[in-house]
Design a protein around this ligand. Structure first.
Ligand code: FES
Ligand SMILES: [Fe+2]
Length: 400
């Protein structure tokens, strides 16, 4: 063994067993650092149309919940398991005042107050003390947002200018199919793998521009000159590319807290300000989904923005085609259920990832120290947030 040639064996698999992921960044359940950061914001948990008199299962940030709408029209979101003896409220019945458990008939209003205990003497003398765990909701942008954090830190609901100010021929459309994931509605890997992709413009000419054919415009297939910048609410990525006639294409995408993808259409080669926002909802540590709201014109729908590979939508591809024409889903889920961060080799082109992680870590630390993270506001007079994201044409030659 003395004469082993270490140079020759460098990188040998036996000597390089996988390390682990970074729990501080990846885990989202209550009490974890990232879970507590995320719980300081409002997150979409369904479409407005999902809250009906038929209870609906929702899983968010590792918690099983039931969404419903009482017959007065108020939406409610409660823990799935009844606080009496724990059966699921999925089998409950909705009435004028709330949701009634199938097992012994305890009923709860949209704020979890127990309004009836039919098996108890006098309909439940102590029921005033009982609350089914519940979360505050807000309906906006065609979506239902929940605040799952500490009640004394509940911020104002954040509005965004790109969804508040519409042209006369535009309307808003909400979508729950994980547009932008490049794959199924529920993606079977950690949310951060997708979120980091928003600040990874170098994969565009490879994965989307050449490896699997051209998914976006031709121009998106060229290697951009990229600038990363930390801004107040997240990371801004500027990609510059040459255009005909001494002009330059400037594309700005942003990853904004808590989980927003502010990504202009990659299929537009001329000017367009960002027209949609995607909220990446961590379902739990190893799955996520994306809710989107965007401005559409009469002739289009949000679903028109879905990628095609080999001319087909993701679900239409055969197993062979998935291997031959991978997209974002294949790349992100291919990193594993949770990417093994300790085994990565980050390069210069990963500067955006490094910046995003550092930014998130700062916010995690702020929350852990008792502070409020960026973008959280308690001022009801705040104006909608304006994003710089979009595709722009500069009348100046590309000289990078
Ligand atoms: S378990 Fe729900 S009422 Fe008994
Ligand atoms: Fe991508």
């Amino acid at each position: 063994m003395d004469d082993i040639n270490y140079e020759q064996h460098a990188g040998n698999g036996y000597l390089n067993q996988p390390l682990s992921y970074d729990p501080e960044m990846a885990e989202v359940t209550q009490g974890t650092p990232m879970g507590e950061l995320l719980r300081r914001y409002w997150h979409p948990i369904g479409l407005v149309s999902h809250a009906t008199e038929t209870p609906r299962k929702v899983r968010a940030l590792g918690e099983d919940l039931i969404l419903f709408r009482d017959l007065q029209g108020r939406p409610g979101l409660v823990h799935a398991n009844c606080c009496h003896r724990g059966t699921t409220l999925y089998y409950g019945k909705v009435d004028q005042d709330g949701l009634r458990c199938c097992y012994h008939g305890w009923a709860f209003d949209v704020e979890g107050r127990c309004t009836s205990q039919p098996c108890e003497p006098e309909g439940g003398r102590g029921r005033q003390k009982i609350r089914q765990p519940w979360y505050p909701l807000k309906e906006h942008y065609g979506l239902i947002f929940a605040y799952m954090g500490p009640p004394d830190r509940m911020p104002m609901f954040t509005k965004y200018e790109c969804l508040e100010v519409l042209e006369v021929d535009e309307a808003l459309e909400a979508n729950d199919t994980s547009i932008g994931s490049g794959g199924p509605v529920i993606v079977d890997c950690n949310w951060l793998q997708h979120y980091e992709n928003v600040v990874d413009p170098y994969h565009v000419p490879i994965l989307h521009g050449s490896f699997s054919g051209t998914q976006f415009t031709e121009q998106m297939g060229s290697m951009p000159h990229v600038e990363f910048e930390q801004v107040e609410l997240g990371i801004k990525v500027t990609s510059l590319r040459p255009l005909d006639g001494n002009r330059t294409h400037r594309r700005i995408t942003m990853a904004v807290l808590p989980t927003l993808r502010v990504v202009p259409s990659p299929r537009v080669s001329e000017f367009a300000r960002v027209s949609s926002i995607g909220w990446v909802l961590p379902i739990d540590n190893t799955s996520f989904r994306i809710y989107t709201c965007g401005r559409i014109r009469e002739e289009g729908t949000m679903a028109d923005g879905r990628s095609r590979l080999n001319g087909k939508l993701w679900e239409e591809l055969t197993a062979e085609e998935h291997q031959k024409y991978p997209g974002d889903y294949e790349a992100h889920s291919g990193q594993g259920a949770i990417a093994v961060h300790a085994n990565e080799h980050l390069g210069q082109s990963d500067a955006g990832i490094v910046m995003l992680r550092r930014f998130l870590k700062n916010q995690v630390d702020t929350v852990a120290a008792g502070g409020n993270p960026v973008g959280v506001s308690f001022n009801k007079d705040d104006l909608p947030i304006i994003f710089e994201a979009g595709n722009y044409t500069l009348d100046e030659p590309y000289d990078r």
